[in-house]
Design a protein around this ligand. Structure first.
Ligand code: CP3
Length: 366
């Protein structure tokens, strides 16, 4: 019954496909650029829209998600938009309570403690019912964006979501979640499989709703080492891409997928052979060595240190130029190595975007 949802919905014609072409490794006139967390608290209009409203209630309100997604596009000539939502809507859909606590971040009042707690999760998740509000937000935004730029959908990766569900919130050591990997490997794999099944349907639903690219956030890759990553993260990342692509192929669709494993430099070779068109990079990887290690098999996305935005404008421009020279202008999407912070100056974000466009146009012309 799922396939019948996959058809175009008279969306406005796409005018700027630079991001999609770069994701596929095709030539472009300039290097496309967007920022993780571009819809965020560094924008005064974002803070005003969000003021006094519960975070997850905002996520559940398609009109609010649409407005927040569009805000950064009104200020800056970004080459892509990312739907306003959160990775933790997936654990919610599986039956867990998650709240956004001011000053503390996302919090699970009753995290998973022992393998028995897996029984508290829904056995079969009706993704259309539980996450239909995200699909509505995507369809609405895809219309309201008027074809200016492509709309990116996203999900958290299984290991990152598992670690939140066990830690119950942010953590320095992630030792509760890692305890499961070493003490309860079978239960860990069961949970990771459950998450993978929901994520696959969730991503397909986002494409059916209008998402034109998909990013998978493995934000907690850095807490694992190469051995644990190979066992508990990589197989599920690969499975997600494989299954989503197979289903989309049946429907004659081709949607680029990005994998962003934060601090996962040790897994770069593996990530470049995981069926994703694009590998997202944090700032701890040197652009040139990332190119060498991925052997031209994928497009790359990233990776300026977000804190470089605290530098004066001319310095930002120099840093961007070096980054472009390191990655080259082909098969490259400029971005930060992680999300924007709330105290960042919108003007610096504008300087970053402009530097990417200006320098890359010059480099491509030569
Ligand atoms: O602009 C975008 O990038 C799209 C929207 C987006 C949000 N969260 C909105 C958001 C995306 C892609 C996410 C993903 C997300 N959420 C991740 C993966 C990316 C990453 O940062 O590694 C993670 C780990 C989360 C979980 C989460 N949600 C955290 C840690 C926080 C911060 C809590 C805090 O108080 O600082 C959130 C809240 C959140 N998600 C905000 C935004 C704009 C800020 C809170 C608010 O708007 O009130």
């Amino acid at each position: 019954h799922f396939k019948c949802h996959i058809f175009p919905k008279d969306f406005p014609q796409l005018q700027n496909d630079t991001f999609l072409r770069a994701a596929r490794g095709e030539e472009t006139e300039h290097v496309p650029v967007w920022c993780m967390r571009q819809a965020g608290r560094y924008l005064p209009e974002f803070r005003e829209s969000r003021a006094g409203k519960d975070f997850f209630e905002t996520c559940q309100t398609p009109a609010a998600c649409c407005e927040l997604t569009l805000q950064p596009l009104r200020r800056f000539p970004f080459d892509a938009a990312i739907i306003f939502s959160d990775i933790l809507v997936v654990p919610q859909a599986m039956g867990m309570d998650v709240q956004m606590v001011a000053g503390k971040g996302p919090t699970f009042p009753e995290p998973l403690k022992e393998p028995e707690d897996l029984q508290r999760l829904r056995v079969k998740v009706d993704v259309g019912k539980e996450l239909g509000y995200v699909f509505k937000a995507i369809t609405l935004t895809r219309h309201k964006i008027e074809g200016k730029v492509p709309l990116i959908g996203f999900t958290g990766a299984p290991w990152t979501l598992m670690s939140y569900m066990i830690e119950g919130g942010g953590s320095n050591t992630h030792s509760k979640a890692k305890r499961w990997l070493y003490r309860h490997p079978e239960a860990s794999h069961m949970l990771l499989r459950m998450l993978t099944d929901v994520i696959v349907e969730y991503l397909l639903g986002q494409v059916a709703a209008g998402a034109q690219a998909l990013q998978v956030f493995e934000s907690h890759a850095g807490i694992l080492g190469p051995v644990e990553f190979k066992e508990f993260a990589l197989p599920y990342l690969r499975d997600i891409a494989r299954r989503v692509k197979d289903k989309l192929k049946e429907a004659g669709q081709d949607v680029p997928m990005i994998v962003f494993a934060k601090d996962g430099h040790y897994a770069l070779e593996d990530l470049s052979q995981s069926h994703y068109e694009v590998v997202g990079l944090d700032w701890t990887i040197d652009p040139q060595s990332a190119r060498e290690r991925t052997g031209g098999k994928v497009s790359l996305q990233g990776n300026m240190d977000p804190c470089a935005l605290y530098a004066p404008k001319e310095r930002i421009s120099d840093i961007v130029k070096k980054m472009l020279e390191g990655f080259g202008t082909r098969a490259y999407i400029a971005n930060l190595g992680h999300g924007l912070y709330p105290d960042m100056d919108p003007e610096s974000v504008g300087a970053f975007v402009e530097a990417v466009h200006t320098h890359s146009r010059q480099m491509i012309k030569q």
